[in-house]
Write a protein that binds this ligand. Sequence first.
Ligand code: AMP
Length: 425
Amino acid sequence: MTFKDLNIIPAILKALSNENYTSPTPIQEQAIPPVLAGRDLLGCAQTGTGKTAAFAVPILQLLSQQQSNKGTKRQVRSLILTPTRELAIQIIENLQAYGKYTNLRSCAVFGGVSQNTQERALKQGADIVVATPGRLIDLMNQKLIDLQHVKIFVLDEADRMLDMGFIHDVKRIIAKMPKQKQTLFFSATMPPEISTMVKSILVNPVKVEITPVSSTVDKIQQSMYFVDKGNKQKLLIHLLQDKSIASALVFTRTKHGADRVVRELTKANIASQAIHGNKSQNARQTALSNFKSGATRVLVATDIAARGIDIDELSHVFNYDLPNIPETYVHRIGRTGRAGLSGIAISFCEIEEKPYLKDIVKVIGKSIPEVKDHPYPMLIMTPPPKEVTSVSKSFKPAHKKKPVGNHSNSSANKKTSFPKKYDAR
Ligand code: AMP
């Protein structure tokens, strides 16, 4: 199967070949023909499957085949709503690459940066707008964007929109578009609020479901290091000394955690930058482009900041902290091993994270091989069953029991109720 077999027009074929896309991915193969035929689409697919081109390519083709009236200002004929700025930037970059030889114009609208450039681009006229909900609503309120002429609407990562509290904004935006339009709806999961929305806005959609979670992770080489919390930084530095690690995306649970890791790596002369919600949009973009260009070898990120960011040829993902939502593990390690490349995912697990590990193993349906031979093995013993109150029997004498109380800020926001913390330090 080639893109030509999918009846893609020469202008787009040429651009895809510039991108070295030789054949469509499964989601592209399944989604492009019905979208070109004007059907609504319900796609259950995650980032990393080629989802962006699955909607971007047919949109570019449909819009360039019905060019807007010459001489009049371009109207927004397609709106792509996505939850994060990073995704918006990535989608616009892809649209501009695939649409390079068409006459279409696209622009992105997202918060965290000045409105001026986006306002100017809209005034000049755009056929396609890629937007995050907050800034779009701001611009709509200022009457700087008109959605009355939208013919194709894409809702990307609908479940994330819900998680991030955007669903109300999304509904307000939908209300400003014509009722009659083509809608492409993507969501990796279908919580009840999302399926209600699907029923209310999609008309007889074609359903496309791609890659059950486990097959995505199958080609990624995964390993688990059990380590005490206080030794995670040392272990990370030790592993990153390996120069064969070309690029590493390191996930921490918190923004402060990300900053701490960067500070320690910097002290150890390992070039790294952090990307998280407390950083300005400019700082995030600089960090991301330094990482993409190879200027920074290590990017330390929180989940929200890293969601969907597209890094070609990312060799390693580190789970410095295990996520408390098991699906997040799959999303994280899916940053590596993309578009057919193999990847390596290394995870650290301290004693309090063991319950998370159990949930992850359940979701991926297999255990993660443990690396035992490393310089910082876990020294903390497993806590005793609840009824055992004395520490002395089941613990090495050197291990002191920490008083359990609200001084332990590290476990304050964790879902798990692991009973007690034992520390050898
Ligand atoms: P996405 O799921 O849209 O984020 O795409 C994941 C990665 O796959 C991106 O780096 C795309 O550039 C790449 N990609 C998408 N479609 C293809 C294709 N047909 N052939 C090769 N790479 C692709």
